[in-house]
Ligand binder design. Structure first.
Ligand SMILES: *[C@@H]1O[C@H](CO)[C@@H](O)[C@H](O)[C@H]1NC(C)=O
Ligand SMILES: *[C@@H]1O[C@H](CO)[C@@H](O)[C@H](O)[C@H]1NC(C)=O
Ligand SMILES: *[C@@H]1O[C@H](CO)[C@@H](O)[C@H](O)[C@H]1NC(C)=O
Ligand SMILES: *[C@@H]1O[C@H](CO)[C@@H](O)[C@H](O)[C@H]1NC(C)=O
Ligand SMILES: *[C@@H]1O[C@H](CO)[C@@H](O)[C@H](O)[C@H]1NC(C)=O
Length: 300
């Protein structure tokens, strides 16, 4: 099948009177931002659109007024309730999620007509992950059970699917899940000199079979197994962007982003040290992810 050229007007017509919501982490926020950029190009008048963020920054809403359509982003990096749910302050080293807590954030997704989920990077802190069975507020490390990252990730994915079964009408709504977004923090992965990263990279990786060391196939495989197994009843559209993004060591924001803290002289002297090799420039790669979404929405 061919990819279709993104048609913002057709997309807006389809979203007329509807809500499209991206739920997940900062990579999904990037895909949301790309979608807003693609759509708003078809709405030249500033009065016909608005962009608002809740005071806690958890929820962002773009409105296309003449279409009565919204495109929204909701911050939930694990989908489940976690101790990293603060959309502003979430640099937590001892990450934990609460078992069976999908409704905690899920109540804010009710009524969405198109949902686009993601979750991956936040789980990858080690080989195991902490799960608490009681309240997350005030939970201590000793209250948590260690389970393998694969098991914890699968638990969240299954809970998300159950929420979708319970809350979405598959005749009238659509659910997407965007796969793992690769990072380029280690240039040895693609045969570069030791110590380098995506900084100063200007070309794609040419090796069609390239796979970076950050791509944990065992974690990605969990999703395939669930979607082919006990999750097969849910008509979820999987946006498999991982391999196509693996090649794009040149597409990260690198040093070209807002710095929240002033750079130190050491950083200025060696820009590699503060290059962001996780997030992506816009316009750029994530527009392609949305072209894929568009193709699968209209030409499934
Ligand atoms: C606008 O869209 C919302 C759903 O997002 C719907 O509930 C509402 O009825 C619509 N309003 C009009 C005037 O069509
Ligand atoms: C999560 O909760 C379910 C249902 O209560 C339970 O069967 C499972 O063992 C729990 N998982 C963990 C890791 O505590
Ligand atoms: C969805 O469509 C099918 C087939 O037309 C119908 O049998 C079913 O009742 C519909 N479900 C809902 C929730 O409307
Ligand atoms: C950036 O890459 C170019 C071309 O590979 C190289 O000549 C240059 O030295 C690099 N600059 C830095 C600061 O690493
Ligand atoms: C995603 O695509 C890659 C190849 O591009 C494939 O190896 C992998 O199995 C796919 N994953 C799933 C879950 O379909």
């Amino acid at each position: 099948a061919c990819m279709r050229r993104f048609n913002p007007t057709q997309m807006l017509e389809t979203l007329r009177g509807k809500r499209m919501m991206f739920v997940g982490d900062s990579l999904n926020r990037g895909q949301f931002t790309s979608m807003v950029c693609l759509l708003q190009s078809a709405i030249p008048s500033p009065e016909a659109k608005s962009f608002e963020m809740s005071p806690d920054q958890q929820h962002t809403v773009f409105t296309a007024r003449e279409y009565n359509a919204t495109v929204e982003f909701y911050w939930a990096p694990f989908l489940l309730q976690s101790n990293a749910d603060d959309a502003v302050v979430h640099k937590i080293s001892d990450r934990m999620v609460r078992n069976g807590s999908i409704a905690h954030h899920g109540r804010h997704w009710e009524g969405a007509d198109v949902l686009v989920f993601n979750t991956y990077l936040w789980w990858c802190t080690g080989l195991r992950f902490r799960v608490v069975n009681g309240p997350i507020a005030g939970a201590r490390e000793e209250d948590a059970a260690w389970v393998s990252t694969e098991e914890a990730y699968g638990m969240a994915f299954r809970d998300m699917l159950q929420w979708v079964r319970d809350n979405m009408d598959f005749n009238t709504t659509r659910v997407f899940f965007t796969s793992m977004s690769p990072t380029h923090g280690k240039s040895q992965d693609w045969g570069g000199a030791a110590g380098g990263n995506c900084y100063n990279e200007t070309a794609m990786i040419e090796d069609a079979g390239y796979w970076g060391t950050d791509g944990r196939r065992s974690v990605m495989r969990v999703i395939g197994e669930i979607l082919d197994g006990d999750g097969a009843d849910v008509p979820l559209t999987f946006l498999n962007v991982t391999q196509l993004s693996m090649y794009r060591k040149d597409a990260h924001t690198s040093i070209y982003k807002k710095q929240w803290n002033p750079l130190t002289p050491e950083q200025v002297a060696d820009p590699r040290t503060y290059a962001d090799c996780v997030h992506w420039c816009l316009p750029g790669l994530q527009d392609t992810w949305n072209e894929l979404l568009y193709s699968k929405l209209f030409y499934p």
